[in-house]
Write a protein that binds this ligand. Sequence first.
Ligand code: KG4
Length: 331
Amino acid sequence: MKDVLVLGIETSCDETSVSVVKNGREVLSNIIDTQIPIHEKYGGVVPEIASRNHIEAITRVTKKALQEAKIEFEDIDVISPTMGPGLVGALLVGLSYGKALSFALNKPLVAVNHIEGHIAANYLTYKELEPPFVCVLISGGNTQIINVKDYTEFEVLGKTRDDAIGEAFDKVARVVDLGYPGGPKVDALAKQGEANIKLPKTHFKDSLDFSFSGIKTAIININHNTKNINKADLCASFQKTVTEILIENVQKAIEMTKTKKVVIGGGVSANSYIRNEFLNLENKYPDLKVYMPDMKLCTDNAAMIAAAGYYNYISGKTDDLSLNAIPNLKL
Ligand code: KG4
């Protein structure tokens, strides 16, 4: 079969990223232009500023992605922009750009659900990985346990009923004055602390759902009411407790599905403590293999979008130019 080159375009939040991926598995380029320094001073992403910066960056980032992949526009087979979930103005920049390229180059448009992209990041890291598997998707906007039955067939086994885990990390970082984005900063500070503060865990009987609003409020209250709180201990305790919640639910999913493969994905899968604890599952379940994306593929990037685009394309999916961005798109 002829090689398929997919141009992935990702602008759902604060990274403008364009990538060329061959046959869904081989990254020829993955350019990521981050806006983090721009949003840092506001303590979070400002949607309007994000959209404007995507507009300024998209052409430059695309040219760089083609250059690095050593190809021309004409060599691309499929155009795959993210269509949701995300910030609507930010999404529209990448989606409109992708639609324009598809029209001008007369190449198929195959838009991608960002969540599928985070799952597909693992196909780029592990060339041998194939569905079925259970994926724990932990990002700034999502927390879900997904039964990945096939490349384009998903069953959500459990999800957060309130905050996403990444939101909780970012909130904790803000409470203890670490700045934005908080996840990596909590991860680093937690290494200097002891997990010695008891925090609440929310469980749902007969359900794989999550809730992180209770622990977030507990952190706010403890920080407010305790004089000279040790911030490193608070971060370590938070990180340990949310990891226990993830592990408890994924164990239920392993037992329910009898899966032999657990995959993690999303920005929070870059967390060093979470990565270690997930790897430890291999000791508890001797038949189980745990997969996690390369660090640079955990947070938002267009290579994972191109990989998901490839599998959508070979399954026969294409979109037309009337397609709109869907900010709250589900799996
Ligand atoms: O996947 P992502 O880039 O965006 C979404 O698709 O939502 O995830 C961003 C989230 C942020 O909440 C960020 O704080 C978190 O991932 N994050 C981390 C780490 N690196 C990024 N959280 C915990 N530990 C990390 N090392």
